[in-house]
Design a protein around this ligand. Structure first.
Ligand code: ATP
Ligand code: MG
Length: 167
């Protein structure tokens, strides 16, 4: 098999690395068609930022229980301490957890965020939106940040962040 290489994304990679290194609130949207390299780009940037605490979770195409189970598995994988960050039992807990992680300095990556854009998750998306608004309002004092799509269809997104990477 040919050796795998990471082609043609140096600029995007550097931009992401710079944002992750800042210790200030950020909200980065990674957009692009399927299989274009969004996940690979983020994972490469995370690997480069070895000093940051990271929480990365691929959101599964499932209901509440499946999402919460994946979220908890990923919390264990990334050794997020359970005493300080109890595993969420509801989607409302999850929105609170994401805010708490960002306030504590974590780089939070919600990959495959599009699975939250379903009716069953609309209340969760509102809660997450409110959390994002609070974090943005307090940006100077929030050392962590979030990577993912904002809730809601792309066409109705509000411009939260200047950092949109269209891969
Ligand atoms: N810069 C790159 N150079 C070479 N190969 C790459 C690059 N980026 C991604 N790939 C390869 O392309 C494939 C798709 O990448 P990836 O899974 O990151 O895409 P994606 O946009 O996250 O896809 P999806 O929309 O399904 O989530 C993978 O096999 C990956 O190894
Ligand atoms: Mg992906």
């Amino acid at each position: 098999m040919a050796e795998w290489r990471f082609y043609g994304r140096r600029l995007e990679l550097q931009q992401l690395v710079d944002i992750f290194a800042r210790n200030r609130w950020f909200f980065v949207k990674i957009t692009g068609r399927r299989r274009i390299g969004k996940t690979t780009l983020v994972r490469n940037a995370l690997t480069t930022c070895s000093s940051r605490r990271i929480y990365y979770v691929p959101i599964p195409d499932s209901g509440d229980a499946g999402v919460l189970s994946s979220v908890s598995d990923a919390l264990d994988t990334f050794q997020v301490p359970e005493d300080r960050f109890p595993r969420p039992r509801t989607l409302a807990d999850l929105a609170k957890l994401i805010e708490a992680l960002a306030r504590d300095g974590y780089v939070v990556v919600l990959d495959e965020f599009q699975y939250f854009n379903r009716k069953a998750f609309s209340q969760f998306c509102s809660l997450l939106q409110a959390a994002i608004d609070r974090l943005a309002a307090d940006a100077e004092h929030v050392p962590g940040g979030l990577v993912g799509h904002p809730p809601g269809p792309v066409s109705r997104q509000r411009p939260f962040s200047p950092h949109t990477f269209a891969a």
